[in-house]
Design a protein around this ligand. Structure first.
Ligand code: ADP
Length: 333
């Protein structure tokens, strides 16, 4: 049936290893010979392309990151290096690629397809969950669970002292991780790029709550939020000390959110994404991204996926508005 390869490009996420395992197994099931490309598009250019077998994926399902390594490749932006990548694939008899990555990786692949005819299917993979056209990106659930463990742990210690904890999540332009984490961890404050907020309202509410006995606060902030040009995390730590009168600590979760043992949901999504990607490549979907929307998988064009910016689900934002925008502050009578 031919040769097919898989690579990881851009930021790594937990769920990539389960995807590699499914890729090898389902390729064989379909009569394809699977290949691994190490280090993303750099590996295509440098011919880090090797046949993959069951042994290569044995035991990796539990591991975060990616066995293949990932990379950003400046060289892949240049036509002559894409030509070299094509020559390498041709040498191995590979005409189909599964690409785990984000918008940039898909744009690069689309260019490559139109130049060379190498078919591809993209699998949206980023913990920010900010790829347009899909409700879910691989790695998000594991990241949310890691944040949950961290916030739960901080809550345990928060209660012991009169303190405010300001926790910063990833999400430069998209507040998905911060918002879902705040809603599911019971945070008292959430600042994300998509929601307006008024610190006066928070201040009024917190004063009432302190009078009613509250002795700690948890705030969750997306890394991209700025207040008067300054990182919101730093401003809010200061604000708790000066405005609310609570000692305050910042915790920047950073890259801890990227790794860790993939959750059941990410393993299942990896399984499904890869299966649909290979099925698509074996049918008429020669250059698409497999998206998950309204509980269904659909193949979308690169233009649909990269043509406009991802918008956080308006229904989710509406749900959160009373608590994190209006700060309605319900208190017992
Ligand atoms: P992500 O896939 O997570 O959005 P990047 O935007 O860094 O990550 O893109 C990953 C890689 O995709 C880049 O390092 C580059 O090799 C390739 N790429 C991105 N845009 C293009 C493009 N317009 N043309 C060719 N290659 C591209």
């Amino acid at each position: 049936m031919g040769n097919i390869a898989i690579l990881c490009s851009g930021g790594d996420v937990s769920g990539m290893n389960p995807a590699l395992k499914r890729f090898v197994e389902y390729s064989f099931e379909k009569g394809l010979t699977p290949y691994f490309v190490y280090h993303g598009y750099e590996g295509l250019i440098d011919d880090k392309i090797v046949p993959a077998g069951f042994k290569d994926v044995s035991g990796i399902i539990t591991r975060g990151g990616t066995k293949l390594g990932s990379a950003r490749s400046k060289r892949f932006m240049e036509p002559e290096y894409r030509r070299q990548a094509y020559e390498n694939l041709k040498k191995h008899g590979i005409d189909k690629l599964v690409v785990l990555g984000g918008d940039g990786s898909f744009r690069g692949m689309d260019k490559f397809y139109h130049e060379t005819g190498i078919q591809f299917c993209g699998i949206p993979s980023t913990i920010d969950n900010d790829i347009n056209g899909t409700d879910y990106c691989l790695g998000v659930d594991t990241a949310l669970n890691i944040i949950k463990h961290s916030v739960d742990a901080i809550r345990d210690t928060a209660g012991a002292f009169r303190r405010a904890f300001v926790i910063e999540t990833m999400g430069r332009d998209c507040g998905y991780l911060a918002l879902v984490s705040a809603m599911t961890s019971g945070a008292e404050m959430c600042l994300i790029p998509e929601l307006e907020y008024d610190l006066e309202r928070y201040s009024d509410c917190y004063r009432k709550q302190i009078a009613a006995g509250r002795d700690y606060f948890i705030a969750i902030i997306a890394e991209g939020v700025k207040i008067n040009g300054v990182k919101a995390t730093d401003v809010i730590v200061d604000w708790f000390e000066k405005e609310i009168g609570f000692e305050s600590r910042a915790t920047v979760l950073g890259h801890t959110q990227r790794g860790g043992n993939p959750t059941v949901y990410d393993r299942l999504m990896a399984y499904k994404f890869v299966t649909y990607a290979i099925d698509g490549l074996l049918s008429e979907h020669t250059h698409s991204v497999i998206c998950y929307t309204k509980s269904h998988f659909t193949y979308k064009s690169i233009d649909e996926v990269t043509g406009s910016r991802y918008q956080l689900d308006p229904a989710l934002l509406d749900l959160a508005r009373s608590e994190y925008q209006q700060v309605l502050c319900p208190l017992p009578l």
